[in-house]
Design a protein around this ligand. Structure first.
Ligand code: AMP
Ligand code: MG
Length: 493
């Protein structure tokens, strides 16, 4: 008898479970048992996430917690499932994909779904091993919590566990399991899956599930003549637009914006070869496997729209009329630029818009791009300058002193009528001091591979509150070392 079928071993997490995605029925998922990993150990834990789930932190510290979140012990009251979805990868229809290495443990009564990523194969693993490696699991764990700390919608992460079991990638690496948490992991690809198979009943059930749980305002309104599915498409387009505005403003490059990696809730999901920009290069490609630059930093807003178009196609059988679907997508074209400008104005400390703001913003982005000035450091130094610091620290970032002096003069004029304290207060909470740069992650990973997990804990603490100063940790807010540009991160993880 398998250990998971053995109810006697099942652990009571002290949480109440509610029917979540699994309420949709067996057409949408398969029940799958995690495959245990030998001798697991803790790599990282987010106590903030534990508290939100209502888990006792002391229990999370225990050997039982370790076993549960490695997939080595079953949980009482729920059954693990893997869901089926399809999607477009790099612009091409890829057919059926699905949770190849993610298992949903269940949804809490508080509405949070808990997944294990890397706990073994599922019916959707397609010849792959269902595992995740330590390096990419640490990256997903830290970046999930970092995005949350930045105020950017994201799936969260509770913990990472590791095992010395070997996993084969380009070389052999150690296995790990990330526990991630979100109100839902439904992707655009879930809709594409049932649309492609012309299974309209399932398509409708899925859309109704998403509307009822997450977009109830889409029902019963007057918009689109009361067409709830068109209203859903519009609401998802708007959330996605606002998400992309936040990515672009903070300098986040996702790296694999396939439609199966797009959350129906507008969350950042599936952390793979992502990167926070070091020097500002709008054409930066962070995914080593993306030879054509389809997912380059400055392409992301367009790709999101392309992906929404795929979602629109999938929802068309429910929406009925093509014109309604087209109209629902339109919102993206205004919400994205408006939201982006608003986020960038926040970075400039300008709460209210004024004519000329776009030119001011374009001016500074052009200067940053010309010299590939460090994006995060520039904005933080600009905040410090406004708060009373030395403007020389900003000027020092540029070789073209005339260019930045001219821009700074225009900026000073623009904010002259606003109290300095107001501008500075907005800037300091809009320009993070700490982001998960590739080299910081890499250093924590290399230490973790030697069983030193202190770097993961330190980074987590900084990234949870990235706008705070954290005295004594300035090294984590400095320029990347030369070797940072040689880090290659691909889809393989
Ligand atoms: P990704 O590029 O990480 O979003 O993955 C795309 C698809 O490949 C999804 O269906 C994943 O579940 C699946 N996949 C990726 N890596 C593995 C793996 N090691 N084992 C099983 N499935 C995987
Ligand atoms: Mg994925």
């Amino acid at each position: 008898m398998s250990i998971l079928a053995d109810e006697a071993h099942a652990v009571d997490l002290g949480l109440r479970w509610a029917p979540g995605f699994s309420a949709l029925g067996p057409e949408f998922f398969s029940e799958v048992e995690p495959r245990p990993l030998p001798d697991p150990y803790w790599v990282g834990r987010s106590l903030a996430m534990a508290r939100e789930l209502g888990l006792d932190p002391a229990w999370l510290d225990s050997a039982e917690g370790l076993a549960v979140f490695t997939g080595n012990l079953p949980i009482a009251g729920t059954r693990p499932t893997a869901s089926v979805y399809s999607g477009h990868q790099f612009g091409v229809w890829a057919g059926q994909l699905g949770d190849g290495r993610a298992l949903s443990l269940g949804t809490t009564a508080g509405g949070l779904e808990i997944q294990l990523k890397g706990a073994g194969p599922t019916p959707y693993s397609r010849m792959a091993d269902g595992r995740a490696v330590l390096r990419s699991s640490i990256r997903e764990f830290l970046c999930s919590e970092a995005m949350h700390g930045l105020g950017i919608p994201t799936t969260r992460a509770l913990c990472v566990t590791g095992s010395d079991a070997r996993v084969r990638r380009e070389t052999f690496e150690s296995a790990a399991v990330v526990t991630r948490v979100a109100p839902s992991f439904v992707r655009f690809g879930h809709f594409e899956h049932f649309a492609a198979a012309q299974r309209d009943d399932e398509l409708r059930a899925l859309a109704d599930f998403v509307i009822d749980r997450f977009y109830p305002e889409c029902r019963g309104g007057e918009r689109f003549g009361g067409n709830a599915y068109a209203a859903l498409l519009e609401a998802v387009s708007e959330r996605t637009a606002r998400l992309l505005a936040q990515w672009q403003a903070v300098g986040f490059c996702h790296g694999v914006m396939n439609t199966d990696n797009m959350s129906i809730l507008g969350l950042t999901i599936d952390y793979g070869p992502f990167q926070f920009l070091d020097g500002f290069d709008p054409r930066h490609i962070c995914n080593h496997s993306d030879a054509s630059g389809r997912y380059a930093f400055n392409q992301q807003p367009n790709v999101a729209y392309w992906n929404l178009y795929c979602l629109a196609q999938a929802l068309l059988p429910l929406i009925g009329e093509q014109e309604l679907a087209v109209a629902a997508l339109e919102s993206y074209k205004t919400v994205f630029p408006d939201a982006f400008e608003a986020r960038m104005r926040d970075k400039l400390g300008l709460a209210e818009g004024a004519p000329g703001d776009r030119a001011l913003l374009e001016g500074v982005l052009k200067l940053l791009a010309q010299e590939k000035v460090d994006y995060t450091i520039f904005w933080r130094r600009l905040s410090d300058m406004v708060a009373g610091g030395d403007p020389q620290a900003v000027r020092d970032l540029f070789i073209d002193r005339g260019g930045i002096d001219g821009w700074l003069a225009g900026y000073a004029e623009r904010r002259a009528t606003i109290p300095v304290a107001e501008v500075a207060a907005l800037m300091v909470k809009s320009n993070p001091k700490f982001v998960l740069r590739n080299h910081l992650g890499q250093e924590a990973i290399e230490a973790a591979e030697q069983k030193d997990f202190s770097g993961v804990a330190t980074l987590l603490a900084l990234l949870e509150t990235p706008f705070e100063d954290h005295p004594g940790h300035d090294a984590f807010a400095g320029f990347p070392p030369d070797w940072a540009s040689t880090i290659e991160i691909s889809c393989s993880s």
